[in-house]
Design a protein around this ligand. Structure first.
Ligand SMILES: Nc1ncnc2c1ncn2[C@@H]1O[C@H](COP(=O)(O)OP(=O)(O)O)[C@@H](O)[C@H]1O
Ligand SMILES: [Mg+2]
Length: 412
């Protein structure tokens, strides 16, 4: 039996098999000694008769106490068949080959991978078994990595496919919505223009005037829609640019409310604006902040009942961090927003079930407004007033977060 204490320098000898001595046996010993893989000659009961240096190198860490004699019969783990070698009863003829992989994750191979041994058993003649032992840790690891990479690849393909399908659906919905919104005013423009042409000579002036009013209204609506679409496209492409300037928010809102006075008057809606007595300086992009607030104001007036009041209130707020904020609330006495549609109305082309009667526009105002406010570092929210009507609230920091600058050390 091979004793590890005999060292690896000498070929393993086989004192247990004197009778087999001879040239053939010597040749076998030499061959085993040179072989670059682990070779083990086993007796019928599975005990080790002879093991070459490569086997010793491979199995020493796994063989308790360095004793290989019963390694194959005491082997634990995923290859219980190996233990059954003790009762070796395979077919007597032919090279019975059994392949096993024995993982010994607690041990590492010389490259540092968890040890995995490939053990193949083959019959040599009637009562001899030979085990080929090799370290397949790296191959196994590569295989595992390959499988993981394949699985990952497959998963990312599935995700990409799903995303593409969703995007495709969104695009189709978008096109359906947009063609409807574009076609309606276009159709009105061409119809009234044709009517005007046909009745140019016969129709009274007031009637012709109404045709022109209709054409003008539809063209304005079309222009507004195209502007919104353009803004949305820029926002989504991250191409909308902002110029933030410290300015008096109170004056900005005062002038904006003034611009909506005519619209409010024409609908019999009262428009009220309250603000702190002193100037309220905040860092804003004048045009973009106005644009966001203008949509809130136009919605409030549009959805107000005749005789209703729309209030715009500007005041100073404070957030948890202690930072001061600018708060603008636009409140009306209209239908309000159904509780379960509070999020929905911020989606593109979405309108609440309470206003689907045609009073609304294309449904792009709120998604654009909330993006514009977000670009100011603030947020846009909505709630229903206890007394009826909706209250939209804009809150943004007075001063924007300073851009990350390099910290400089004072070396005075
Ligand atoms: N003040 C409001 N009162 C009630 N509903 C509102 C109000 N503002 C917005 N909404 C609802 O949100 C929807 C989306 O608004 P918006 O994005 O500005 O689009 P649009 O004004 O073109 O309809 C409106 O159609 C309406 O259903
Ligand atoms: Mg709107």
């Amino acid at each position: 039996m091979y004793k590890p204490s005999e060292g690896l320098a000498e070929p393993p000898v086989a004192p247990w098999d004197e009778s087999a001595a001879g040239e053939e046996h010597e040749a076998l010993i030499q061959f085993m000694y040179m072989a670059p893989i682990g070779l083990v000659q086993l007796s019928e009961d599975g005990t080790v008769r002879m093991a070459n240096p490569m086997t010793v190198q491979l199995l020493l860490p796994v063989a308790p106490g360095g004793d290989l004699s019963n390694f194959f019969t005491t082997l634990e783990g995923p290859a219980p068949e190996l233990r059954a070698l003790a009762a070796f009863t395979g077919p007597e003829e032919g090279p019975v080959i059994q392949d096993h992989r024995v993982a010994v994750p607690a041990l590492r191979n010389p490259s540092g991978y968890p040890l995995v041994l490939a053990i193949s058993l083959l019959r040599l003649g009637r009562d001899h078994l030979m085990a080929l032992v090799s370290d397949v840790s790296e191959a196994v690891l590569r295989e595992t990595q390959l499988r993981a990479a394949e699985a990952w690849h497959k998963q990312s393909l599935t995700l990409a496919l799903e995303a593409a399908e969703t995007a495709d659906r969104a695009k189709s919905e978008f096109l359906a919505n947009i063609s409807h919104e574009l076609r309606t005013p276009m159709h009105a423009i061409s119809s009234f223009a044709r009517l005007g042409q046909e009745r140019f000579d016969a129709a009274p002036r007031e009637k012709l005037g109404r045709y022109f009013d209709n054409i003008d209204g539809s063209a304005t609506r079309l222009m507004r829609l195209l502007n919104d679409l353009l803004d949305l496209a820029k926002i989504e492409a991250g191409k909308l640019t902002y110029v933030f300037k410290l300015q008096d928010a109170s004056a900005l809102l005062q002038s904006l409310v003034g611009e909506f006075q005519a619209m409010a008057n024409s609908r019999g809606v009262r428009l009220e604006f309250t603000s702190p007595p002193t100037a309220m300086r905040a860092e804003l992009d004048d045009g973009r902040f106005r644009q966001a607030l203008a949509n809130l104001l136009s919605n409030a007036i549009k959805f107000s009942p005749e005789g209703g009041t729309v209030t715009v209130e500007l005041r100073l707020g404070v957030i948890a961090s202690g930072a001061e904020t600018l708060v603008v609330e636009v409140a009306d006495q209209g239908p309000g927003i159904p509780a379960d549609e509070m999020d929905l109305i911020f989606d593109k082309f979405a309108q609440s079930s309470k206003t689907k009667t045609g009073a609304g526009g294309a449904g792009l105002g709120l998604p654009i407004a909330s993006e514009l406010i977000a670009a100011h570092g603030g947020c846009l929210s909505v709630e229903n007033r206890p007394t009826g009507g909706a209250r939209f609230r804009v809150e943004t920091p007075l001063l924007r977060e300073p851009a990350a600058t390099e910290t400089s050390l004072d070396v005075a």
